[in-house]
Ligand binder design. Structure first.
Ligand code: BTN
Length: 233
């Protein structure tokens, strides 16, 4: 299936009353999008591009990021044996380069949360050197594993891990403890752009709501929300 973006299809399906857990899987996206309005490269046979429709409560919302990123880490390790890490808020890295991105869009009906769409894009057999905008910062599973990988196997494993972790979230209210060991950003010295403002300091932790807890050089602490910032390490 070729679509503009699986996020667009998901939005349409939400408006038509799609069931929770509906998955939109695309062979190709002509207008794949990333966080902060960026373009997302996705190519047939080389990229895994999917969106999942969920109907969480507002309280569960900050944890969706954790569900999606941890499911991705587990799926990659399960299929390839590689050990990815999470760069806060939700980039998945191998050898310090981005192999997968996650975009979560919340859909409101007036003031009420109607649905959340989790979009996951994985560079599976993609060669980033053909794409100048990502050549220096991205990698792919095939490059890291040294062999081509099956999109079907990865998709099946990813959905299975998401299903399990979303179930854990519904049962226990949090997946934070399982997620935090994979967050490479904790302990790092970082520069963060938040609007016009730059924050610098050492990352102390990421709290249960997904906010980055930063210790500034003067000893004060700041909690930074993922929606508003760009992390520069
Ligand atoms: C990011 O790192 O900025 C997030 C990238 C998210 C890309 C995925 S691919 C499937 C879904 N459809 C889109 O248009 N975007 C997400």
């Amino acid at each position: 299936m070729r679509v503009t973006s699986t996020m667009d299809v998901a939005r349409q399906l939400v408006s038509e009353g799609a069931r929770e857990g509906t998955v939109i899987l695309a062979d190709e996206q002509t207008q794949g999008r990333g966080r902060l309005g960026r373009h997302w490269v996705s190519r047939p046979d080389d990229s895994l591009s999917l969106s999942v429709i969920l109907y969480p409560t507002v309280r569960q919302l900050p944890q969706l990021n954790m569900v999606a990123s941890l499911a991705t880490v587990r799926a990659i390790t399960g299929i390839t044996g590689l050990k990815p890490l999470i760069k806060w808020p939700n980039d998945i890295l191998l050898s310090g380069r981005k192999v997968c991105g996650i975009l979560i869009e919340n859909i409101f009906d007036g003031p009420a949360l109607k649905a959340a769409v989790i979009g996951i894009g994985m560079n599976v057999n993609l060669d980033p050197s053909y794409f100048p905008e990502i050549a220096a910062t991205a990698t792919s599973l095939s490059i890291e594993a040294g062999r081509d990988l099956s999109l079907q196997d990865l998709t099946a494993r990813l959905l299975q891990e998401m299903d399990q972790l979303y179930g854990d979230l519904l049962r226990t209210g949090t997946v934070h403890d399982s997620w935090i060991p994979f967050v490479e950003t904790v302990g790092k010295q970082v520069r963060i752009r938040s609007g016009d403002h730059i924050e610098e300091g050492r990352v102390e932790s990421v709290d249960a709501k997904g906010s980055l807890i930063l210790r500034r050089p003067d000893g004060s602490r700041a909690a930074l929300d993922a929606g508003e910032v760009t992390l520069q390490i």
